[in-house]
Design a protein around this ligand. Sequence first.
Ligand code: AMP
Length: 398
Amino acid sequence: MNLDKLKPISAADVKGKRVIVRADLNVPFKDGKVTDTSRLARLVPGLKDLSARGAKVIVMSHFGRPKERNPKDSLKPVADTLASLAGMPIAFADDCVGEVAANAIAALPDGGIVVLENTRFHTGEEVNRPRLVEAMAALGDIYVNDAFSAAHRAHASTEGLAHLLPAYAGPLMMEEINALKSALEVPKRPTAAIVGGAKVSTKIPVLENLLAKVDKLIIGGGMANTFLQAQGVNVGKSLSEPDFHKTALEIIAKAKATGREIVLPVDGVVATEFKAGATSQVVDVNAVPADAMILDFGPKSIAHLAQVIDACRTVLWNGPLGAFEIAPFGEGTFALARQVAAMSKAGRLVSVAGGGDTVAALNAAGVAADFTYVSTAGGAFLEWLEGRELPGVAALAR
Ligand code: AMP
């Protein structure tokens, strides 16, 4: 895949054309209402730009995981929320293919926008069935993929369509790819990756791929316990995965052989109970009481990390350093977040962070806006960190 082959829709002539935009309208939703509109708000400028340039804008998306058509998973209320955020009327069609969709599109003036019903109401979507792809393609002249977060799936609307219509990348897709490129492919050095979270087992490909690309690999969270334990440290009752000692030792050996630095905590905040307000203490990792769990980086580790990060020019971050959701075990994560944010704001660091828990931690620290880029893409972000080719991106970069 050659990312230089991506064609941004901003450079295309769209006047009077029917432009199918694969967006990600899969937003948090409860009791008939969108509970977090941030993803929709980010989509609005790109849609309005197409509208202002005279396109007939046809928005397609999945929503939830329906196995068949059902009112609970209709995109209609999401389309209404999108319209109020955009401050302009947005039509809705009760199906993403066929006569209903075609009629709604035929009724659009140049500059008009329509949202089509949930693509997953058709079983062909997730299996990328050619008949469904053809029916979708019949509705448009141009295809734009602006849903990086769904690009790890080879579905009809995320991958298949790119083969049948002139295919472009939308502005959010470009933004995400440029951020990941600047952190991983052409970074300012030295570079660090911070990989935290609960388990090593879910992030082995991420660790292996990043180790080959960055200068420093900072390992936090429950994963750090497995790395410490593999080297003979007694981590008490900490979350750890003894089955992955061998993997951890292999990663450490590979880092040594290739001149990469692995950074692990030297002290931790420990407690015997995993609950808010639990009595906690700071101990060196070599002195963890048998009945205690390491739940956060301690002050010495945070100070060391601050030095490591201070010397870096690029940081990529996925996964918290500790159990940040429960006070006081978020302090390590929050301190690191504040430092990365301040250095980014001062123009000293390119910082790219992603993953659900990481974004939640940055928001809890109140510093997400100061990062260079924060990805909300979840699975697609992780697969990119694993070095995998995302089918939705590959189909655009042919
Ligand atoms: P992940 O989904 O793998 O990124 O893991 C995120 C979760 O890991 C968060 O819910 C954290 O609370 C949890 N976590 C981080 N550090 C620890 C730790 N030392 N012990 C237990 N859980 C942790």
